[in-house]
Design a protein around this ligand. Structure first.
Ligand SMILES: *[C@@H]1O[C@H](CO)[C@@H](O)[C@H](O)[C@H]1NC(C)=O
Ligand SMILES: *[C@@H]1O[C@H](CO)[C@@H](O)[C@H](O)[C@H]1NC(C)=O
Length: 208
């Protein structure tokens, strides 16, 4: 009875959206593809870096996101979710002067949104458990560093009043976040295995 309704639920998911029950076990594959799609859209959205903005480029001095050290025990899901949400937030600022193709902007925003949703759908229960895990300094410290990094991006845009050059500088900067996302996504692959192993163990205990 239970397994039959579960099967129906899976079929419903399969037909109602792109998410199937199997996808959650292969979340890293989906996320890797979506990372590269988003980067492609970001690059396609505008043309080459405008010549007239070269001077302003040095005005932006962020902490280098590539230098944020992500330790091995890092909870990759928490970091990926945070980066995606920050990106979504940034590209929801005033884009009037950005002189980018409107359709590409929408595609980029929708892509990020879907990526966040899929991550949350597959992992919500698991993530709640980890976030409430008390005093995990590694996760908190990374989260704080990421927050500071994206704050400098936000502040820069605000200070430059969302000018075309400011947006071009940020577009170039943001493309550097994707290698980080790829590294974290790779860790998801290993975590998935551990999680499944954990589930099997729990079942054995329950049936004993
Ligand atoms: C966005 O910026 C433009 C000027 O660049 C301004 O005219 C418009 O009102 C702003 N829109 C919002 C929603 O703030
Ligand atoms: C934080 O979590 C990681 C695994 O996610 C664990 O290895 C580490 O010991 C935890 N740190 C603390 C201070 O609890």
């Amino acid at each position: 009875m239970i397994s039959r309704s579960l099967l129906q639920f899976c079929l419903m998911l399969l037909f109602s959206s792109e998410i199937s029950c199997l996808d959650c076990n292969r979340l890293h594959v989906l996320q890797t593809r979506m990372n590269s799609d988003s980067l492609e859209r970001l690059e396609k959205m505008g043309g080459n870096f405008p010549f007239q903005c070269l001077n302003e480029r040095t005005a932006f001095k962020p902490r280098d996101i590539l230098k944020i050290r992500l330790s091995q025990q890092e909870n990759a899901k928490v970091a990926i979710k945070q980066i995606l949400k920050e990106l979504f937030h940034i590209f929801n600022n005033n884009l009037t002067q950005a002189a980018w193709d409107g359709t590409s902007i929408k595609e980029f925003q929708n892509g990020l949104h879907q990526q966040i949703e899929k991550l949350e759908t597959c992992l919500s229960a698991e993530m709640e458990k980890e976030i409430t895990y008390p005093g995990n300094e590694t996760i908190l410290l990374t989260s704080l560093k990421l927050k500071r990094y994206f704050q400098t991006v936000d502040d820069f845009l605000k200070e430059k009043q969302y000018s075309q050059c400011a947006w071009e500088i940020i577009r170039a900067e943001i493309s550097r976040c994707f290698p980080i996302l790829d590294i974290l996504t790779k860790r998801l692959e290993n975590e998935g295995t551990i999680y499944l192993f954990f589930l099997e163990k729990t079942q054995i205990i329950l049936y004993e």
